[in-house]
Design a protein around this ligand. Structure first.
Ligand SMILES: C[S@@+](CC[C@H](N)C(=O)[O-])C[C@H]1O[C@@H](n2cnc3c(N)ncnc32)[C@H](O)[C@@H]1O
Length: 473
């Protein structure tokens, strides 16, 4: 593209025309249409320019051109009948990085005047980059006949509603749909007939009658912490949200990826510190969706694995709120992979049980008999505080005290720590190494593979883990 089309706002901006004849007069008239602050320089001026200067605010300077005079101008037009003067203007303007147009000498121009179809505020500019001005003019004539005169007033009317519509429909797609309906409605024919007040009332009516867009909740699993473990779908929906409702478990790096101008609401949960009760979180989700908001309910790991995503989905369904569930990598999968502990292994574990150490107060006791069986792995969520009880119950129900265990703290994050030992040492490991939340307990023979495989796990994840794993066992 030889010339890049831009529309400039010349309102009160300093523009210089070098020349005092008819060509200069033509350019001056065009510049005044755009309300430019106009100065003309020439040894003498034609009578029409003299009278224009009396009627309008134009500065006429009777002098030969010199490069000094260009200072402070945004645009300059060389419109003299002397090729030498025009060339001097061009050279001086180029040297001072001022846009210059030399009339009828396209190679010397850094900007050119397009042919214009003016339906202000709608303006169409056509250019052939100076190669075929007649062709450009014919094209303009064609467009003049095709584009109705009422386009200008229609654009003005629409402009009066822009901020109202933006407020009502926060999403671009919803706004576009509304405007498409307006342009297909008889608001357009009213403007065409010149009934602008009627058109205004009708458009206002359409805006009042169009139901607010429906809200939606995205229940998103953000994985255990490494932002590279987010799914593409999670990322896309995080970028669309008007509001993000999040827990403490969602890492800061992941929160960095939500839409910049989204509102953030923390409903964080930590063991023993439920800053917002679950019932209130459910209400918040319903209320926001009913206000027409796209709500991103983001959770650590997977929403349906110890994430209370099931309860939230039930409440949303009960209230007829539309929602999507986006699975995430659960802590057991993420932590075990980053710690080099396969959850199943043909020689060591044929099954895996996900267990919570933190049951509902009036909930069922864990089935210790089943959990204590050999050749299986237990991935225990929220088990740190209950580790003495977990150890005692498993040993009492027959699991060998020498069963290997691993504790993965801050799994998949830069500060990940892995502590290993035996089931008999489980609670001691927690206190000795001052294990902090979030941490996952892995019980089973596979935990012994950490020493052997952590290296491979590590090499595979070096990009995600800035520091090496700390094997403190
Ligand atoms: C309320 S549960 C949420 C589980 C989550 N929905 C998931 O699928 O991973 C919180 C527990 O998950 C485990 N957890 C979550 N993220 C972890 C991480 N990055 N490292 C270690 N454990 C984690 C811890 O046991 C923590 O106490």
């Amino acid at each position: 593209m030889q010339y890049f089309p831009i529309f400039t706002k010349l309102d009160n901006k300093p523009v210089l025309i070098v020349g005092g004849g008819e060509v200069a007069l033509r350019k001056a008239t065009a510049m005044l249409k755009a309300s430019a602050k106009l100065t003309l320089i020439a040894p003498e001026f034609c009578t029409q320019l003299e009278s224009l200067a009396q009627a309008q605010e134009i500065t006429l300077i009777r002098a030969e051109f010199n490069a000094e005079q260009l200072k402070g101008f945004m645009l300059v037009i060389a419109a003299t009948d002397s090729e030498t003067v025009n060339a001097q203007v061009q050279t001086a303007a180029d040297e001072q990085n001022i846009f210059v147009n030399v009339v009828d000498d396209q190679p010397k121009c850094s900007f050119i005047f397009p042919s214009i179809v003016d339906r202000s505020p709608v303006t169409i500019a056509i250019s052939s980059a100076g190669t075929a001005p007649v062709l450009a003019r014919r094209l303009r004539e064609k467009l003049e006949t095709l584009i109705p005169q009422h386009i200008g007033p229609l654009a003005n009317l629409v402009g009066r509603f822009r901020s109202q519509v933006k407020q009502r429909f926060s999403h671009f797609a919803d706004r576009r749909q509304f405007w498409e309906q307006v342009f297909d409605s008889n608001v357009v024919s009213e403007v065409q007939k010149g009934n602008e007040e009627q058109a205004y009332t009708q458009l206002q009516q359409m805006l009042n009658d169009t139901p607010a867009p429906k809200g939606e909740v995205y229940v998103i699993g953000a994985g255990p912490g490494d932002p590279e473990l987010l799914t593409l779908k999670a990322l896309q929906l995080m970028q669309q949200a008007d509001v993000v409702v999040y827990d403490y478990l969602v890492s800061d790096e992941i929160m960095e990826l939500v839409r910049r101008d989204a509102d953030l609401i923390c409903v964080g949960k930590r063991a023993g510190d439920h800053s917002v009760p679950q019932e209130r979180t459910n209400e918040i989700l319903v209320e926001l969706a009913q206000q027409g908001k796209k709500v991103c309910r983001i959770k650590g790991g997977d929403p349906f694995i110890y994430g209370r995503g099931g309860e939230e989905a039930q409440v949303l369904a009960e209230h007829g709120v539309s929602y999507q569930i986006v699975p995430g990598i659960t802590a057991a999968a993420g932590c075990s992979a980053y710690a080099g502990i396969p959850l199943t292994h043909r020689d060591h574990a044929q099954s895996i049980q996900f267990v919570t150490g933190h049951c509902k107060k009036d909930g069922q006791e864990l089935d210790w008999q089943s959990l204590a069986k050999p050749n299986q792995t237990l991935a225990i969520y929220m088990g740190v505080m209950k580790s003495p009880d977990i150890k005692a119950q498993l040993i009492d129900h027959g699991r060998s005290p020498t069963t290997p265990v691993a504790i993965v703290e801050n799994g998949t994050r830069k500060e990940q720590r892995v502590v290993t030992g035996t089931l008999a040492q489980l609670d001691e490991l927690v206190t000795q190494h001052n294990i902090q939340s979030p941490a996952l307990l892995i019980v089973g023979e596979v935990a012994s593979l950490h020493r052997q495989l952590a290296w491979f796990g590590n090499t595979a994840q070096t990009s995600s883990l800035a520091q090496p794993l700390t094997d403190v066992a």
